[in-house]
Each structure stands twice: as C-alpha cells, then as structure tokens.
Design a binder for this molecule. Structure first.
Ligand code: AMP
Length: 288
C-alpha cells in the first residue's frame, strides 16, 4: 500500500488539493485530533466510499481546550496514526503546525449559538467556538467536497452543520455512526485514561443509555414521566461511580428541549468516571 503524503504547511496541502482537483477528483476531509482508533477509521472508510481523494487532518486544537483541560496530556502518536491510515490507502494526511494555524497576533474567532448552547457548553463554554474556528480553518485549507464527522460527538455534529449552513461553506457534511467496543463503550481517544477497573465499569454508561431508551419507548410521551426516568438513570450512574454532568433528551436536529410534537430525539450524556470525562448519545424515536 502506498503510504499517504504528509503535508504540514498550508501551501503544501493547498497544492495537493489543487493537483487532485486538476485530475477531477472528489475530495473528502476527515478532521481528527489523532490517537486514531476504529471510530476514526470508520469515518475514513465512509469518506472513501464518497470521494476519490481522502485527506485526514490530525491536529490537537488548542483553542478548544480550557487551560485546566488535557491539551498537554492529550494522547499523540502520529507515527501509529499514519501507519493506520496507510493500511486504508488514504492519499493525504494534513498535520498542520500550531505556529501556522495560530501565529502570534492571531485575533479572529468564530462564535456559534443555536445547537452549541447548553449540554457540553455548560461545563466547557469555550469548546464549540474553538471547534468552529478550527473546522472553518481546516475547511478553508482543504476545500473538500465532503467532510465526515462522527455521531459520537453528536452536539459537535449539529454545530458543524449549523456552521457550514450559516457561513455558506460549500461542503456536504456526512455523519458516521458511533463505533463501540464489544461491551458497548463508545470508542474514544480519552478511553486510554481509564485504568483497568474504571474501564470495566465504564460499560455502565452505554448500558444505562440503552435501558433508558427502552423505558422511554414505554412512556406515553408525558414530560414528567420522561423526566422521572432520566432522574432514575442518573441515580443508577451515580451508584455506579459516575458523576453525571447531564443526561438529557433533546430534539435530534436543534438540540432544543423537545416539545410534545418532537419525534426524532437524541439522548445525550456526559459523565465523569474518576478523572475521565466520557460522553455518549443514542437516537430515540418517540411514538406519535
Ligand atoms: P476526535 O479525534 O476525538 O476529535 O474525533 C475526530 C472525529 O472522529 C469526530 O468527528 C468524532 O466524532 C469522530 N469519532 C470519535 N470517536 C468515534 C467513534 N467511537 N465512532 C465514530 N466516530 C468517532
């Protein structure tokens, strides 16, 4: 398998994109922060199914981390990442350097509301503006026809859709389903932070989500019944050693609290297990 071309400068990636375009190729971008796992690779396969030239970007974006968060310790393993991408036959890897992405004197931001409001933003108010900024820069650098994002970060997916719509960025956003470990835990680069015991206990998170969905589907749709169910699920997670930040049922498109008429919903959770913050979500179709 030919190894991917690695591009570290904006001019390099622009040249690669121009060359691919010149050959009439459809270009896909898969933005990542590296430490790649099967979840990321499923996005790459989706990109390959929908384009002729796939660019995977690897960039741990400082503007989406608060000073108290894990930017410095975030897992980085570019060599292993490139090997994994080579085995899939990816054409280009974009590894921008921080000095070119955010040179000294950098003074521009992207502010986003709508689906960015609440949930993750309640405890990470800086997060989605940082994501929106870096994704805008990556899309401008690579000008792909499509970009692929994971449902694992469901609120982020909604934010990106809002961003490209509001800024008229000419790209089609594709979503890929969450890839899980055998016990149901959503794959995540941050799962490496879990020690053996915490890793075993982490499977309670998807289990509670699944059980909550099952119980919700027996509800008549009455608000209070749903709220009581969510409270019970939070208590179960708390008993299992989690500190729950939110477990919330939202409209799947706007992420606003559902109205009586909402049918397509999403159950979203963020919870700490010891020193690791885990997020997950699942779809829920409410009966009419
Ligand atoms: P990250 O490297 O964590 O910023 O993630 C890069 C992309 O991979 C995002 O679009 C994530 O939603 C997606 N992703 C991460 N984990 C998974 C997973 N378990 N299944 C599917 N997509 C994922």
């Amino acid at each position: 398998m030919t190894p991917p071309r690695c591009h570290t400068s904006l001019s390099d990636i622009r040249d690669a994109v121009a060359a691919a375009r010149g050959q009439g190729r459809r270009i896909a971008l898969v933005p990542t922060m590296g430490a790649l796992h099967e979840g990321h690779l499923s996005l790459v396969r989706k990109a390959q199914d929908n384009a002729d030239h796939v660019i995977v970007s690897i960039f741990v974006n400082p503007t989406q981390f608060a000073p108290t968060e894990d930017f410095a310790s975030y897992p980085r393993d570019a060599e292993a990442d490139i090997r994994a991408l080579a085995s899939l036959g990816v054409e280009s890897v974009f590894l921008p350097v921080q000095e070119e992405m955010y040179p000294s004197g950098f003074a521009t931001g992207v502010t986003i509301g709508g689906p960015a409001t609440g949930l993750e933003s309640d405890s990470r108010p800086h997060f989605f503006n940082g994501v929106a900024l870096v994704v805008t820069k990556l899309l401008l650098a690579c000008q792909p026809d499509i970009a692929v994002f994971g449902e694992k970060d469901y609120q982020q997916l909604c934010v990106i859709r809002q961003l490209v719509r509001d800024l008229n960025i000419p790209v089609t956003i594709l979503a890929a389903p969450t890839v899980r470990e055998a016990d149901g835990l959503a794959m995540s680069s941050r799962n490496r932070y879990l020690d053996e015991d915490a890793r075993r206990r982490a499977a309670l998170l998807p289990e509670v989500l699944r059980d909550t969905l099952r119980a919700l589907s027996d509800c008549t749709g009455a608000d209070r019944q749903e709220e009581a169910l969510l409270r019970k699920s939070i208590a179960r997670l708390t008993d299992g050693g989690f500190r729950v930040e939110y477990l919330s049922l939202r409209d799947a498109e706007t992420l606003a609290p559902p109205t009586d008429d909402s049918r397509h919903l999403r159950l979203l959770v963020a919870a700490w297990l010891e020193k690791t913050r885990l997020i997950d979500n699942m779809a829920f179709e409410r009966r009419a």
